[in-house]
Ligand binder design. Structure first.
Ligand code: ADP
Ligand code: ADP
Ligand code: ZN
Length: 214
């Protein structure tokens, strides 16, 4: 099963993608996580991506597309995957469709986690991230057992540089302009499924499970 998560920054794509990946035993592929891992390791790709990420802008398609196509060509993707944060532009979606079409394949579902802009700033300011294992928490809605420490791997959590309110505002603008058109794109392909992302995490997941057919 091949699934794409759509939604504004902070809508809960990552949170739900991880649960889907666990339940269906498929890899969770987050382009944002891959970029952050590269930044941490100090690679050329990381240095280049950081310039855009810190501004709340998108990393150029040329850099992003290659990375994603290499990742989905790996062996562990044979039975499908859940993409979180890709595609974010129409050209990215077209490249993915074309690559899959060459294999006689298609995306099965585009799950749109719908959350209005008003709720987003609050979500982001409370988000805490683990750069070591990719886990995400929220100081109110998904707290860790020990403050500031990842439940999964024991490393220290960070408040992402790009989760500060000024950058979040910019990311929302970028989302509306460049990523939201994908909702129409997948609606036309009749694979768009929208869930109400303002419900609590467990309810959102149950709605997704009902759609994907447990
Ligand atoms: P969030 O989950 O909050 O939406 P991500 O971790 O997905 O954030 O992405 C963080 C940043 O990484 C984005 O603001 C953007 O700069 C970059 N990025 C991630 N995925 C893509 C992509 N598919 N295309 C371009 N830039 C991307
Ligand atoms: P995205 O990947 O779309 O940027 P995340 O999954 O990282 O979003 O979620 C953003 C923040 O909101 C995180 O701190 C997460 O713990 C929290 N969160 C996710 N889903 C919900 C929800 N349904 N209700 C409340 N908080 C949520
Ligand atoms: Zn961790």
């Amino acid at each position: 099963m091949k699934i794409i998560m759509l939604g504004a920054p902070g809508a809960g794509k990552g949170t739900q993608a991880k649960r889907i990946a666990d339940k269906w035993q498929i890899p969770h592929i987050s382009t944002g996580d891959i970029f952050r891992a590269n930044i941490k390791e100090g690679t050329e790709l990381g240095k280049e991506a950081k310039k855009y990420m810190d501004q709340g802008a998108l990393v150029p398609d040329e850099l992003t597309v290659k990375l994603l196509l290499d990742r989905v060509a790996k062996d562990d993707c044979k039975n499908g995957y859940v993409l979180d944060g890709f595609p974010r532009t129409i050209p990215q979606a077209e490249v993915l469709d074309k690559a899959l079409a060459e294999l006689g394949d298609t995306v099965d579902f585009a799950v749109n986690v719908d959350v209005p802009d008003e709720n987003i700033i609050n979500r982001m300011s409370g988000r805490r991230a683990c750069v070591s294992c990719g886990a995400t928490y929220h100081i109110t809605y998904a707290p860790t057992k020990t403050e500031g420490i990842c439940d999964r791997c024991g490393k220290e959590l960070i408040l992402r540089e790009d989760d500060k309110p000024e950058t979040v505002q910019k990311r929302l603008e970028v989302y509306h302009k460049q990523t939201q058109p994908l909702i129409d794109y997948y609606a036309k392909k009749e694979i768009l499924k929208t869930v109400d992302g303002t419900k609590d995490m467990e309810e959102v997941f149950q709605d997704i499970v009902a759609i994907l057919g447990a």
